[in-house]
Design a protein around this ligand. Structure first.
Ligand SMILES: [Zn+2]
Length: 57
């Protein structure tokens, strides 16, 4: 097995902050144009409940 030397040498560093930010993404509803933060595979619009949403940056 190949061992990643960079991970072993810097055991004190954790990348949890970046992982947490990836959980919530910004979406815009195509039905009512409201923007919201959603998580999961199928986020729904909090305003109208539509699943027809678009991922925005
Ligand atoms: Zn909506």
């Amino acid at each position: 097995m190949e061992v990643r030397s960079s991970m072993c040498s810097s055991g004190g560093m954790m990348g949890d902050i970046e992982l947490n930010e990836l959980k919530f993404k910004r979406y815009q509803c195509k039905e009512c144009d409201s923007k919201f933060k959603g998580a999961g595979k199928t986020p729904t619009c909090p305003s109208c409940g539509s699943e027809d949403v678009e991922l925005i940056e």
